[in-house]
Design a protein around this ligand. Structure first.
Ligand code: GLA
Length: 390
């Protein structure tokens, strides 16, 4: 059954009426530009064709009822508008995401004064780092905009999702994931300047290569706190640099400028973190340029360099993802391979020549299993459209 019908039928079964609408918001994979978004740099993600589906109806009281087909045992979770406050986030489980978005609308001056009934189903593999939470936030934001008639752009919806995740869920993420989910375009990746939110689409249908995602199936603990810690290191390094050079963000620096001024950063670890942010931003700009010139080999080399930098300087990779990327580099027909997303587990993204995809699957699966005992999962993906009513 189509997932849109699945959520619709479940909605009718549970709530006894037709929903007002059925929506979809995708997950994302980032091709290059990692941990650059909150550093005022560039990112290059694309929306996927997997994501979160939802059926919704506006109520005429203050109740909210949530049901996830992924967590059937939890049943229908009932709450009220008054309960949508950050203090409840820790005990809210998955409903912290929709409740956070409801709360955010109010904070932004677009109050939600009636409840909703929602049924969702997500087909993004759990804990894979392909942005299931951002897709849920963007899904709910799009639904609320339509149901309550607020004139918001999809960029606003992305910003609401990020605000919610930062201030309701306490995860200080940048804008990349929500932006990709809201603004994705079929067959395109998005070249986004996170300092200005200027963006352009770049066609990502490669004549002889595929985007292949390998799921390490591991997610190390304390990911959110390690992420927040990386972010504050970069903020501290920026402050130290601002004492010697007039910049707004690390994304303002070229590699040469960084090398010239890095002496201002008073801690070795912070130098490495800031170096990654600066160099990764420049790599991303160069990678998109290479793609425009159909120089896919150069794009691949920059992906590999991105992985090395995340492994050695930013230290957000992990043994399992290093095995996946480093094994990929040895397979003929692999153009580039790197860990993608926040890190500490999750997925590795590779560009693989069409006629090497089978060999890639076979080798990666066998070598990863031999070295870690884990069965990885491999998905050959397409770039999909952003969120909307379906
Ligand atoms: C997570 C965050 C994003 C971004 C990436 C790293 O996915 O949600 O904002 O910082 O990590 O590039």
């Amino acid at each position: 059954m189509e997932y849109s019908n699945l959520v619709k039928e479940k909605f009718v079964e549970l709530f006894g009426e037709q929903p007002d609408g059925v929506y979809f918001a995708p997950g994302r994979v980032n091709l290059i530009g990692e941990h650059t978004d909150y550093n005022g740099g560039h990112v290059f993600p694309c929306a996927l064709t997997i994501g979160t589906y939802g059926a919704v109806r506006k109520r005429d009281d203050n109740k909210l009822r949530f049901y996830s087909i992924n967590f059937e045992k939890a049943g229908v979770i009932e709450t009220t508008l008054e309960e949508c406050v950050p203090a409840n986030a820790a005990k809210d489980g998955w409903t912290a995401y929709p409740k956070g978005v409801v709360w955010t609308f109010g904070k932004k001056g677009n109050p939600i004064d009636k409840g909703i009934d929602v049924v969702i189903y997500g087909n993004i593999p759990n804990g894979s780092g392909l942005s299931s939470s951002a897709s849920l936030e963007v899904l709910i934001g799009t639904m609320l905009r339509d149901l309550f008639g607020y004139e918001l752009s999809m960029v606003d919806i992305a910003l609401y999702g990020q605000y919610s995740e930062n201030n309701y869920n306490g995860m200080n993420c940048g804008i990349m994931d929500q932006f990709a989910s809201a603004m994705g375009k079929k067959d395109n990746a998005i070249f986004l300047d996170c300092a200005t939110l200027n963006y352009e689409y770049a066609p990502m249908v490669l004549p002889d290569a595929k985007i292949v995602i390998t799921n390490s199936k591991v997610k190390h603990s304390l990911v959110d706190s390690a992420y927040n810690e990386r972010r504050s290191s970069c903020e501290k390094a920026l402050e130290e640099l601002q004492a010697v050079i007039g910049i707004k963000t690390l994304g303002d620096l070229s590699e040469e400028e960084f090398e010239q001024y890095k002496i201002a950063i008073k801690d070795e670890v912070r130098v490495k973190r800031a170096k990654h942010a600066v160099y990764e931003n420049q790599r991303t700009i160069r990678a998109v340029e290479a793609l425009k010139n159909s120089d896919i080999e150069e794009f691949g080399k920059l992906m590999n360099a991105s992985h090395v930098s995340l492994r050695d300087d930013y230290e957000t990779s992990c043994e399992e993802c290093d095995i996946l990327a480093e094994t990929a580099w040895t397979i003929p027909g692999v153009i580039g391979s790197r860990i993608t997303g926040g890190g500490f587990g999750g997925c590795v993204v590779s560009l693989v020549k069409n006629d090497s995809v089978d060999l890639f699957k076979e080798k990666i699966t066998a070598i990863y299993k031999e070295k870690t005992g884990i069965d990885c999962e491999i998905y050959v993906v397409d770039c999909g459209d952003g969120a909307g009513r379906i």
